[in-house]
Design a protein. Structure first.
Lengths: 153, 153
DNA sequence: TATTGTTATACTCTATAACTATA
DNA sequence: TATAGTTATAGAGTATAACAATA
């Protein structure tokens, strides 16, 4: 879990939960580090990822991320100021604001995606191709069991 | 990766990297949510986890978490104020400060660990016991490939 | 009156820079 | 002089509450 490696050297008596949590921390640390290189927080990265192929209202985006709409305002403000995304009042509802990636934002999202792919190779390539497929399948099945659309992203 | 589920319904064309990242986000969201129930941030949870079975200097703790020592000061301040951990000047080096869990902090750490274990059951139990062992083994091998002690925790 | 967003305010997390105390 | 921590300051991320505009 949120614990340090048990004992440097004494491996393997962890539970699946421990390993899942460690994997999550390692992965997030990596994302975090890569993001920091471009001054992007994990949340900003998620926003870019989510908007890669859609245009969402503030509220929908907030729901996706599990955040308050007031938080979204600030988040979108900063990203917009940096030219990564844009706002537009909805054509059908004068109250609603739609958010979408700017060309620069889209390019940043693509570029980042490639960086992550590449940065994770040292980890994933530890496993043989068949094992990688098995791991992917197991994780997919596990994730499938998990509910809300707010959690992926 | 940091992307939303491809298309609600169209599953499975993701790469291993995508799935790893999604797993990480789901896991972190869960930890985050459980932590929030006790007003504990992910970082505070990590501190509790790391100190569960050790006593560290401020600098060592900062290294473990990959943070600046000034950040540690604030983090430890707040946790100490809440009675979760304590500071003590090192017996051997008057400049150094050692940090360790208070009894309340230890109890909180244990309690939280159990909560996480329990909260992840819906996910892990999707897999048969043999599959769980296989998943754990695969992840462990993958993690083993990864370097620094700053990244676990 | 209900919904969509924004603004005001406050707190945590984070970093950089300047500082104190000990080695 | 170098090292260990703290303090001052500033910015991002987060939430709650109050508000404006539209439905």
């Amino acid at each position: 879990m949120v614990t340090a490696q048990p004992r440097p050297g004494a491996a393997g008596q962890d539970s699946l939960v421990d390993v899942l949590v460690q994997t999550a921390f390692v992965t997030m640390a990596l994302l975090s580090k890569l993001g920091a290189e471009h001054d992007l927080s994990l949340t900003q990265l998620r926003v870019l990822g989510i908007l890669r192929d859609r245009r969402l209202r503030m509220t929908a985006l907030a729901d996706f991320l599990g955040l308050e709409k007031s938080t979204m305002s600030g988040l979108v403000d900063r990203a917009e100021r940096r030219g990564l995304l844009q706002r537009a009042v909805s054509a059908t509802d004068g109250r609603a604001v739609e958010v979408f990636l700017s060309p620069a934002g889209l390019e940043a999202a693509e570029r980042f995606r490639a960086r992550v792919e590449q940065a994770l190779v040292p980890l994933t390539s530890t496993l043989a191709p068949a094992e990688q497929r098995r791991l992917q399948a197991l994780l997919e099945r596990m994730l499938g069991a998990q509910a809300g659309p707010e959690l992926d992203g």
